[in-house]
Ligand binder design. Structure first.
Ligand SMILES: *[C@@H]1O[C@H](CO)[C@@H](O)[C@H](O)[C@H]1NC(C)=O
Ligand SMILES: *[C@@H]1O[C@H](CO)[C@@H](O)[C@H](O)[C@H]1NC(C)=O
Ligand SMILES: *[C@@H]1O[C@H](CO)[C@@H](O)[C@H](O)[C@H]1NC(C)=O
Ligand SMILES: *[C@@H]1O[C@H](CO)[C@@H](O)[C@H](O)[C@H]1NC(C)=O
Ligand SMILES: *[C@@H]1O[C@H](CO)[C@@H](O)[C@H](O)[C@H]1NC(C)=O
Ligand SMILES: *[C@@H]1O[C@H](CO)[C@@H](O)[C@H](O)[C@H]1NC(C)=O
Ligand SMILES: *[C@@H]1O[C@H](CO)[C@@H](O)[C@H](O)[C@H]1NC(C)=O
Ligand SMILES: *[C@@H]1O[C@H](CO)[C@@H](O)[C@H](O)[C@H]1NC(C)=O
Ligand SMILES: *[C@@H]1O[C@H](CO)[C@@H](O)[C@H](O)[C@H]1NC(C)=O
Ligand SMILES: *[C@@H]1O[C@H](CO)[C@@H](O)[C@H](O)[C@H]1NC(C)=O
Ligand SMILES: CC(=O)N[C@H]1CO[C@H](CO)[C@@H](O)[C@@H]1O
Length: 399
């Protein structure tokens, strides 16, 4: 009797473990993930214009299309346009597009299909001399680098990835590079910060490589502008996460969203983990925290005059800007490695949220499950013993 119970206990504990594994499997690898069909086109309907490129990635879903436009004419700009049809197209009038004074050079047609649009302009790189190692921007701010004045390389395109590098005169041998990736389905890049992406988002990596700093104790900030129509990105929410599995030592994620409807599927987001890396192939000690300033309303005209894409698409751009600063007091200065990289996700709908991997879930299942099973087993054993003892006492008087 007791052995039978024990055997069935063992079997049930095995079943428990198996079901824990299969649950985690079905939660993560199973289930149809949302997919888009992506096609990429450089300078649609035109020849390579002087001084920059316009990339168009068209990501078609079941009932909708996401247009990603990335432009290096002026300050580098990423524009996302979400339409409610699979047949929307991008029309560029190059005569208008190349004229910095004229709006309307780029249209997404039919215009009635546009559900939402949002864009991010990389406007300025700021450098300051952190003489007292406080990592606070002080009066020792060097004249900012205006990214619209950089000399940008042609876009280097491979599959769904486009790379762009630019130099300012004082950079000597270094450069500031941006890399855009567009995705057909959910996943994450191998290198840290290994952000989770979906087919509704694109990823932008920015890095500053080999630039000659203007002071030995230089630190940098990057100024971003979010330009949009309805639902402007005007607030940054910082969410805590207990999971640092994919981005070691980082337990936070920052989301630049619209304060109106930030929790609904309407609108878009810019999302990042507050970490930058001081080497291109980083070890844990090369991670450096970054901070953001509160989004401030900025002149739409300034954004439009710095970026050809903004000028061409928006007539009355609503603009918010913020600074991301790299490094904390006491951390090595830029000169220590002369490298700094940071990654953001830009997309529509709800930002992707990290969850535990199957491995972690299995470990948790075993960690929590084993004590439960031991308790159960213990309970069963006690029961069986008591019964055995009870039955023997019951039978004794007969003997
Ligand atoms: C696409 O639209 C059709 C008809 O409007 C609808 O039945 C279908 O559920 C939609 N599919 C998705 C994935 O939204
Ligand atoms: C492009 O814009 C120019 C100037 O506004 C205009 O003259 C021309 O007809 C337009 N081209 C097309 C194809 O619409
Ligand atoms: C844009 O406007 C400015 C002044 O309004 C003018 O000086 C400049 O020539 C114009 N540029 C073009 C390409 O039309
Ligand atoms: C797309 O949206 C526009 C404007 O909101 C609407 O007029 C149109 O009917 C929608 N099309 C589809 C296919 O849902
Ligand atoms: C650095 O510290 C010195 C002495 O405390 C102070 O006089 C100076 O103003 C500080 N410089 C900056 C840029 O904060
Ligand atoms: C283009 O990018 C690939 C990697 O994406 C790199 O290997 C190659 O050297 C780049 N080419 C140029 C001309 O920069
Ligand atoms: C820039 O590169 C040249 C040749 O590669 C090298 O001689 C020079 O020292 C470099 N300058 C700096 C500041 O690293
Ligand atoms: C992406 O967008 C489509 C269409 O709006 C939606 O059906 C889908 O659930 C979204 N996928 C993710 C992973 O957010
Ligand atoms: C940067 O660091 C190097 C050695 O790491 C040092 O020789 C140099 O003086 C530092 N400062 C600048 C401005 O390059
Ligand atoms: C970024 O920082 C610089 C220097 O402190 C400041 O002038 C600028 O206004 C800031 N930009 C935004 C958008 O807050
Ligand atoms: C103020 C505003 O635009 N609110 C919208 C938030 O999103 C819901 C749907 O998700 C709309 O119904 C509200 O109008």
């Amino acid at each position: 009797m007791a052995t039978m119970k024990k055997r069935s206990c063992r079997v049930s504990s095995l079943i428990f473990l198996f079901s824990a594994f299969s649950l985690s499997e079905s939660l993560f690898s199973g289930g149809e993930t949302f997919k888009r069909k992506v096609t990429v086109e450089l300078n649609p309907g035109g020849e390579a214009p002087p001084g920059g490129d316009l990339l168009h990635a068209r990501a078609v879903g079941d009932n909708d299309t996401l247009h990603f436009l990335f432009c290096s004419l002026g300050a580098p700009t990423l524009l996302l346009v979400h339409t409610n049809t699979t047949s929307s197209t991008v029309k560029v009038n190059w005569t208008q597009f190349l004229n910095p004074n004229i709006s309307g050079g780029l249209k997404v047609e039919p215009e009635s299909s546009v559900l939402y649009s949002n864009s991010v302009v990389f406007s300025r790189l700021l450098e300051y001399n952190d003489v007292n190692d406080t990592a606070e921007v002080t009066s020792d701010l060097f004249p900012p680098y205006e990214l619209q004045d950089f000399t940008w390389s042609r876009l280097n395109l491979s599959d769904f990835t486009a790379r762009l590098c630019g130099v300012a005169e004082t950079f000597t041998n270094g450069s500031l590079c941006l890399q855009l990736s567009v995705f057909e389905s959910e996943g994450r890049d191998q290198p840290w910060p290994s952000l989770l992406h979906t087919a509704n988002s694109s990823q932008l990596g920015v890095w500053l490589d080999g630039v000659l700093p203007r002071a030995t104790r230089s630190r940098f900030l990057l100024e971003l502008r979010a330009v949009g129509g309805a639902y402007p990105l005007n607030t940054v929410e910082v969410h805590r996460s207990i999971d640092d599995e994919y981005t070691p030592s980082i337990f936070q994620v920052s989301r630049w969203v619209s304060a109106v409807n930030s929790s609904s599927d309407v609108g878009g987001f810019v999302q990042w983990k507050p970490v930058a890396y001081r080497r291109s192939a980083p070890a844990l000690e090369d991670a450096t925290p970054c901070r953001h300033s509160e989004p401030q309303q900025r002149s739409g005209e300034a954004a439009a005059s710095s970026s050809r894409l903004i000028r061409a698409f928006y007539t009355q751009p609503e603009t918010f800007g913020l600074n991301v600063s790299f490094g904390l007091a006491g951390e090595p200065f830029y000169n220590s490695t002369r490298f700094l990289s940071w990654t953001v996700l830009v997309g529509v709908g709800s930002p992707p949220i990290d969850s535990f991997s199957p491995l972690v879930l299995a470990i948790m299942a075993v960690g929590l499950g084993t004590p439960m099973i031991l308790l159960l087993l213990g309970g069963v054993c006690v029961c069986v013993r008591k019964r055995a003892a009870a039955s023997s006492t019951v039978y004794e008087p007969i003997n």
